[in-house]
Design a binder for this molecule. Structure first.
Ligand code: NAD
Length: 345
């Protein structure tokens, strides 16, 4: 069983070490294939996302990734392909997703009793579109007076995202699928998103379907999180909503995620590289451990995934070994060790 590994930077390498420990505790014969990206790739290939690494990610098909820092104002990155064509992306994280044609980020964010307060029963899956919207990267400066970005919404992308989300809901016993948009203010782009979503929804009469404005979604996620089950939304709204859900659960360190495509998948936490706590050994590893469990489920190892999820739940709700973001004093590896012990037991 081979998985690619991008260590990432900031808290990435600490979270990756913890996640490997827990996944290996399942007893599965896992081989990790290190794939250089960012600083490692600069040293080896002179580019933060060289085609060698893109090819390695495609070849191994399923990978796990630590977060990657993107400098404010200087995130854009150009990838040059073997045929001479090139594409400029808004950030390295966006580039990885789009070079591999990953189109949806399912982020299953839930609360934990004793940790998440009134959000302890929150259980929501945010399906974030990954290929377009304002993150398509078509921005430009107009002299020193203005700057402009294009918001792209295509039928192909919304239909693909919606189908994936409805199929996911059916497969996983979910009852309701909600489209989140702002089709009152953006009646053409978000209006088209909603229209394409509803066309797909017609094929799933067994599921409850509704839609919310993005602002009302934020309010309701805070106030009545139980109204949401599966949320289908565009790239930027999904980006922001997943951090909100992580915060409501108690920490971004509880928010796992994945990036899924037809030919490849990269599993990563919802959050960033947390430079404020990097290198201190105190990052919460749960977000990446649960992303790792989702990765095992993706390759058909449901029992092992369930064991990791149950072990994580037991350790967190016992409340004895919590990292500082959850009010405890445990280190990344102490928490990971405790989960690994539960898994191998
Ligand atoms: P962030 O998500 O890294 O951190 C926000 C806050 O949450 C910080 O206080 C951080 O300490 C905390 N936090 C995040 N993960 C945690 C964990 N596992 N355990 C405990 N605390 C945790 O957001 P930011 O500070 O805005 O971004 C930092 C860098 O990460 C930026 O360069 C940004 O561009 C990048 N980023 C990368 C990704 C990605 O790799 N997919 C996603 C978002 C941001």
């Amino acid at each position: 069983m081979k998985f690619g590994v991008i260590d990432g930077n900031g808290i990435g390498p600490e979270q990756i070490k913890a996640t490997k420990l827990v996944l290996e505790a399942t007893g599965l014969p896992i081989e990790w294939i290190a794939i250089p990206v960012a600083e490692d790739a600069m040293k080896k290939y002179g580019h933060p996302l060289p085609q060698e690494s893109v090819k390695a990610l495609k070849e191994v098909k399923v990978s796990i990734k630590g977060p990657l820092i993107v400098e404010k104002l200087h995130g854009r990155i150009t990838c040059v392909h073997d045929d001479g064509s090139e594409h400029t992306y808004p950030s390295i994280n966006n580039a990885i997703r789009r070079e591999l044609r990953l189109f949806v980020a399912p982020r299953a964010i839930r609360g934990f009793p004793g940790i998440s307060g009134r959000h302890s029963t929150m259980d929501v899956i945010i399906m974030r579109e990954l290929t377009e919207d304002v993150y398509v990267g078509w921005e430009h400066q107009i002299g020193d007076v203005a700057a402009q970005a294009i918001k792209l919404t295509t039928r192909t992308a919304v239909t693909r995202l919606s189908r994936y989300s409805f199929e996911y809901a059916r497969r996983n016993g979910r009852k309701k699928v909600t489209c989140v948009h702002k089709a009152n203010a953006l009646s053409i782009t978000d209006g088209f998103f909603l229209k394409c979503f509803l066309e797909v929804a017609d094929n799933y009469p067994d599921l409850v379907v509704d839609d919310y404005f993005i602002d009302a979604t934020c309010f309701n996620l805070v106030k009545n999180p139980e109204v949401f089950d599966v949320i289908v939304t565009s790239n930027q709204y999904g980006d922001i909503l997943s951090d909100l859900a992580g915060g409501l659960a108690g920490s971004l360190g509880l928010a796992p995620g994945a990036n899924i495509g037809e030919d490849a998948a990269v599993f990563e936490a919802t959050h960033g590289a947390a430079p404020d706590i990097a290198g201190k050994g105190i990052a919460n590893p749960v977000s990446l451990i649960l992303s790792g469990a989702a990765m095992l489920r993706h390759v058909g190892c449901d029992d092992e995934a369930r064991k990791i999820e149950a072990g994580t739940y037991d350790v967190l709700t016992a409340g004895r070994l919590l990292t500082p973001d959850l009010g405890g004093e445990a280190t990344t590896m102490q928490l990971a060790d405790a989960i690994a012990r539960e898994v191998s037991r």
